[in-house]
Design a protein around this ligand. Structure first.
Ligand code: IMP
Ligand code: MG
Length: 184
């Protein structure tokens, strides 16, 4: 893997560690929904494009409840100097969430803007229940409240790539998670 010019990739979480943790989360999430879903009912798993697709593909294969998938695509913008923020929906869901048990899957919670917006947006469509699973909870820059129900890994700060996470559209395919750092 050739890194972006003047950058280096520093390994943080290996593919093996991710696999073990995602399998564990799958058991935990399944046991919650097993007692919630009535016969014939399915869980609606919503992935936030683009970053969530790798984590979502792994996690749903560890869920032992009947489910459907759908995707939403969001783009968020935050300018702290002018304290303005905006989330734009680039692709809406195709399924109706009203009355459904919904599990959102996202790659990372950073300042929290995207997930805070998405939770409010989906709540307004009246699901039967709404939970949120993230691969990474990056805590240092949280500005918007989000309640994370399932977290695979916690990190403090730093820019991460791999396992679906990109930097300028690169590195999503890396099996592990890496810090992307500027060379000193
Ligand atoms: P938010 O700041 O919580 O709204 O996160 C917005 C989006 O920024 C996430 O969905 C990711 O796509 C992206 N993002 C945040 N931190 C990182 C990172 O460390 N690496 C790659 N993408 C990130
Ligand atoms: Mg994202």
């Amino acid at each position: 893997m050739t890194p972006l010019p003047d950058h280096e990739l520093i390994p943080l979480i290996s593919h093996e560690t991710i696999n073990r943790r995602v399998a564990e989360l799958g058991v935990e999430i399944s046991s919650h929904y097993k007692s919630l879903l009535v016969p014939g009912e399915t869980l609606l798993v919503i992935g936030v494009l683009n970053g969530a697709f790798v984590f979502m593909a792994d996690l749903i294969r560890h869920l032992s409840v009947p489910l459907e998938v759908d995707f939403i695509r969001l783009s968020s913008y935050l300018d702290n100097r002018s304290s303005s923020s905006k989330v734009v929906m680039l692709k809406d869901l195709e399924r109706n969430v009203q009355g459904r048990h919904v599990l959102i899957i996202e790659d990372i919670a950073d300042c929290g803007l995207t997930l805070n917006w998405l939770l409010e947006f989906l709540k307004s469509r009246d699901p039967a229940s709404l939970k949120l699973a993230v691969a990474i909870n990056k805590k240092a820059r949280r500005q918007f409240e989000v309640s994370l129900d399932y977290v695979a890994f916690e990190v403090d700060d730093g820019f991460l790539v791999g396992y679906g996470l990109d930097a300028s559209r690169r590195y999503r395919e890396l099996a592990g998670i890496y810090y992307l750092e500027e060379k000193k």
